[in-house]
Each structure stands twice: as C-alpha cells, then as structure tokens.
Write a protein that binds this ligand. Structure first.
Ligand SMILES: [Ca+2]
Length: 61
C-alpha cells in the first residue's frame, strides 16, 4: 500500500500517482501498482483506496 517505499503513506505517494492519473491498462503511463482496486484504470477510486492509510506509518520510527 506504499508505492514509494519510504515506509509511510503520504503526499509523496499521492504525487507518485499523479502522472498515471486517468490512465488505462495499455497506456504507456499506466502503472499497474497504482491501480489499487484492480479496475484497469488509475482514477479517483484508487486515491480513495489510499485514504485509510494516509499518514499511517508502516514501521515504527
Ligand atoms: Ca483503479
């Protein structure tokens, strides 16, 4: 759930999603890892999937 492997889900992960936003499977900018709901499209629904994890730390500091 952390596309940027920095152990935290934060704004950087959302920004990482930005270039692939509104892309579909088959598009050059489509990133399968960012298609969190496996719908074949990177869109708002994938960002909503992020939300419960936002600012959650994956490992203790
Ligand atoms: Ca999706």
């Amino acid at each position: 759930m952390d596309p940027l492997p920095d152990a935290t889900v934060n704004l950087l992960d959302i920004l990482k999603l930005k270039p692939s936003f509104n892309s579909q499977d088959g598009d050059t900018r489509f990133n399968k890892r960012l298609d969190l709901d496996i719908s074949g499209t990177v869109n708002t629904l994938d960002i909503l999937k992020f939300k419960p994890y936002f600012l959650e730390s994956c490992s203790p500091d």
